[in-house]
Design a protein around this ligand. Structure first.
Ligand SMILES: Cc1cc2nc3c(=O)[nH]c(=O)nc-3n(C[C@H](O)[C@H](O)[C@H](O)COP(=O)(O)OP(=O)(O)OC[C@H]3O[C@@H](n4cnc5c(N)ncnc54)[C@H](O)[C@@H]3O)c2cc1C
Length: 450
């Protein structure tokens, strides 16, 4: 049985950041990871000879981002890609109208202006909302006040629904009125041509990480000093403190038993917060059939009913590649289909826009994060009645040295790599009882690599 100052559960970016910061001060730390790889929801697949990010791809806004500071300090290359957050305009998007026909310049301008006007009304409606109202109720209020034509209202309604699915992995009627409050994008967005998992891999270098260790229980032991017994199928570990970074979906599934049972400061947020499903489908084509310089393709109406948004990520592999998403209720139901059926369905949608120019695919990748027992979903969101305070409440240390970290515990930016990174930093600072300088943390990683 190993004894440690801190046992960290989960080798995603939150757990690894926390463990590295603690280990840098000389603490004895072990990281227990259920899978046979590190990175968690940062998962880069390389079997085809180039990186495919099956989990996170983007930094959603690099301005004032601690994660971006880390990327710069580690000199990790990035590619600017600023439509990863479901914006209606900005970088070049090929828009298709409800009949499946490409929108002209004037039509596109009008579409972006109409969504902008409805969004402004929506912000106002959210600010005046009452507790218990859903985001759907607020969008309906904003659309009713917009004075737009009924067909246009129908299209924007669809756009709002799709935006919630992509940003939250949830159905718009389940999301709290404030569920997208923290969704502002500050600065450019970027993706990672060498694969996003470079970050967790470099943070993890030199750490004691035990792969294939599925944690089953965390129990406080009686005795003089505080001590926690962490039980895995591969053996037991004892820590003076424990940091739990498993995803909210895993906490909600009760896969890990806590003894004594968790207090209401933890069980309340775990019950109130939601875990959404957001799946990715990458398809590679023999030839590009969309325009040079196009960042994204968006379709309204029937052609876009299921597959409505496509992102050009060809720059990663040099092969024409589109990435599309299946999220929310559709993201869940799609998981029951075989990969071929998913890809075929998405190609039917694309052919409704580009016709025979859409060649037979060379390769594809389809994810099923909702069925993954060590994620049990893609990221957290706010169902009706929950609030951003629930995220931070979940991170409140529990008597005797039990801490939680991970994206679901960071209220200022949940559901992101940036939030998970900050939550790991916060847990380390709380355990050490003093600030940890992020620049020094990054510099130490670089020094160790020399
Ligand atoms: C498809 C997809 C796309 C995304 N896109 C983006 C994006 O573009 N930009 C962005 O910022 N964010 C994105 N995210 C969200 C982002 O990936 C996560 O917020 C972030 O990686 C979470 O890090 P974490 O350390 O909190 O959790 P995780 O990375 O999930 O780490 C938790 C670890 O705990 C392990 N674990 C689970 N159960 C056990 C157990 N019983 N015992 C031991 N270990 C266990 C898991 O295997 C995992 O390694 C995306 C997520 C998904 C799924």
């Amino acid at each position: 049985m190993g004894r440690f100052d801190t046992v960290v559960i989960g080798a995603g970016i939150a757990g690894l950041t926390c463990a590295r910061m603690l280990a840098d001060t000389g603490r004895r730390v072990v990281v227990l990871e259920a899978r046979n790889r590190i990175g968690g929801r940062m998962h880069t697949e390389r079997s085809a000879g180039f990186p495919v990010d099956l989990g996170a791809s983007w930094i959603h806004g690099i301005a004032d981002s601690p994660l971006w500071e880390l990327v710069r300090a580690l000199d990790v290359p990035t590619i600017e890609f600023t439509v990863g957050s479901f914006q209606p305009g900005g970088r070049r998007i090929e828009h298709f109208d409800a009949t499946g026909a490409p929108m002209g310049a004037d039509e596109t301008e009008q579409w972006i202006a109409d969504v902008g006007a409805a969004d402004a009304l929506l912000v106002d409606a959210v600010a005046r909302s009452s507790p218990g109202e859903s985001y759907l109720q607020l969008t309906e209020r904003a659309l009713a006040a917009s004075g737009l034509a009924p067909e246009r209202i129908g299209e924007i309604r669809e756009f709002f629904r799709h935006r919630v699915e992509e940003q939250c992995g949830a159905w718009i009627g389940d999301l709290d009125a404030h569920g997208l409050d923290e969704d502002a994008i500050d600065g450019d967005e970027v993706i990672f041509p060498r694969g996003y998992d470079e970050l967790p891999r470099r943070i993890a270098a030199g750490l004691d990480v035990r792969l294939g260790h599925v944690v089953e229980s965390v129990a406080r032991r009686d005795g003089g000093e505080d001590e926690w017994l962490v039980r895995t199928g591969e053996g037991d570990f004892v820590g003076a403190t424990v940091v739990v970074t498993v995803p909210l979906g895993v906490l909600r599934s009760s896969a890990i038993r806590f003894d004594p049972p968790l207090p209401r400061t933890a069980t309340g947020p775990i019950a109130r917060l939601g875990m959404g499903v957001f799946n990715k489908v990458f398809v590679q084509f023999p030839e590009r059939f969309w325009g040079e310089g196009t960042y994204a393709i968006r379709a309204l109406g029937d052609a876009g009913a299921r597959w409505h948004s496509w992102y050009d990520v060809s720059a990663i592999s040099g092969i024409p590649t589109l990435l599309t998403f299946a999220a929310g209720p559709f993201g869940r139901s799609m998981q029951a289909l075989a990969d071929e059926a998913v890809v075929d369905d998405s190609l039917t949608a694309l052919r409704a826009l580009y016709g025979a120019a859409v060649g037979d695919p060379l390769a594809w990748w389809v994810t099923r994060w909702g069925e993954d027992p060590f994620a049990a979903g893609s990221y957290s969101h706010l169902p009706i009645g929950s609030s951003y305070r629930d995220h931070d409440m979940l991170a409140e240390p529990i008597d005797g040295g039990l801490h939680f970290a991970g994206e679901a515990t960071w209220g200022a930016e949940p559901a992101t790599v940036g939030g998970a990174y900050c939550s790991g930093h916060r847990a380390a600072e709380r355990l050490l009882g003093r600030p940890v300088d992020r620049a020094e943390f990054a510099a130490a990683i670089v020094r160790r690599e020399r």
